[in-house]
Design a protein around this ligand. Structure first.
Ligand code: SAH
Length: 342
């Protein structure tokens, strides 16, 4: 039977409340919190907690990490994991190494309901949201497996993080805690397809995280075709939500723009993009679209260069995202929600 309390989903305060609930002094919760994020692999390791209380914890609480169902290593060193969750759902996460440290790309949902036509994660829709503990579990399982510290998190795996905002916020709260993983908010990047109401909600939290928005076209008809979410939240609404966000946080926004050969890679697109987002501080992250779904093809090197050079020539900050892990289908848009039995 599943244990009643999932410890990796709990804040330090919640663990103090839990300790009291289980008949111990609340401060035991603080000790428990520290152990969870300093490498304890079982209750047995928690030597400053009495044997009796460890037994109570063992009976009522889970500190299990997701099981590694598959691990693939790219020629460029990128690692992709398929993790099996306690109910059999399988999700994927990717660890990338840069000179400034290791970054993990986390999934926030099993599947995704946003329906972007170029993204493999959308196939089959969403089974469910992940809990904060399951989001954390991906990071801890990867750190343990690789014996490496991961200092940066991007919510760019499977799922739409703003469609599971509460659990994503809780995960960041725990991960940023100095007795948790001590990952500062500036090391989190949340990518959204543009759920405007949630962008405004996030703005109210005033967190110094990085917000990235998937734009992919500055024209409503074309964007709606690529991203059905645009029908509900068209570009002008998106721009207004981002204005609210920027006024509240003062943070520069990243615009993600995947180039699809001969479709959205013209200079007219670049010009309209600049016009539309004109009043904002932003950086454009250009992604030669990855092979994930039929009908979408990477723009050629020349077209990518022309697009980026145009923007930078106009004084807009723009770079091309490094393409990592394509040989193991670990690149943007290639993470798949696999069905339970693997
Ligand atoms: N749901 C969020 C985060 C997940 S995807 C979002 O939509 O932003 C992370 C990034 O990869 C997004 O910018 C997404 O649009 C992009 N992406 C999806 N499929 C892609 C593909 N085939 N090629 C390149 N980028 C892709």
């Amino acid at each position: 039977m599943a244990k009643q309390f999932d410890l990796y989903s709990m804040t330090e305060q919640e663990l103090c409340d839990l300790s009291r609930h289980l008949g111990e002094k609340p401060f035991r919760g603080k000790q428990l919190f520290s152990w969870l994020y300093s490498g304890a692999e079982s209750f047995h390791d928690m030597t400053n907690i009495s044997k009796e209380f460890r037994k109570v914890l063992e009976e009522n609480c889970s500190m299990a990490l997701p099981e590694i169902a598959r691990k693939q290593v790219s020629v460029d060193g990128t690692v992709k994991y398929a993790f099996r969750l306690s109910d059999g759902e399988v999700i994927e996460s990717v660890v990338m190494s840069y000179h400034h440290g290791n970054t993990i790309c986390l999934s926030t949902q099993a599947g995704c309901n946003m329906g972007c036509r170029f993204c493999a994660s959308a196939i089959g829709g969403k089974s469910r949201d992940l809990t904060a503990g399951e989001i954390m579990g991906q990071l801890l399982a990867a750190e343990r497996d690789l014996s490496k510290r991961i200092g940066n998190v991007v919510f760019m795996g499977m799922g739409e993080p703003l469609d599971n905002l509460e659990q994503v916020l809780k995960f960041m709260d725990i991960a940023s805690h100095d007795k948790g993983l001590n990952i500062g908010y500036r090391h989190f990047t949340l990518s959204t397809c543009g759920l405007c109401d949630k962008i405004v909600l996030l703005a109210e939290k005033k967190l110094p995280i990085n917000l990235a928005v998937s734009v992919h076209s500055p024209f409503d008809d074309e964007r709606s075709e690529m991203m059905p979410v645009n029908k509900k939240y068209p570009l002008l609404k998106l721009v207004s939500a981002l204005r609210v966000y920027q006024a509240a946080t003062g943070r520069r926004i990243t615009l993600e723009y995947a180039l699809n050969k001969g479709k959205n890679d013209s200079l007219d697109h670049a010009k309209e993009l600049m016009r539309l987002f004109g009043g904002l501080m932003y950086h454009v992250n250009v992604i030669p679209i990855n092979n994930a779904r039929e009908g979408y093809h990477k723009s050629g090197k020349d077209a990518v260069k022309r697009f980026v050079d145009y923007l930078t020539g106009q004084g807009v900050s723009a770079t091309v995202r490094r393409e990592l892990g394509a040989d193991i289908s670990a690149a943007c848009g290639q993470l798949k929600h696999e069905i339970k039995e693997m």
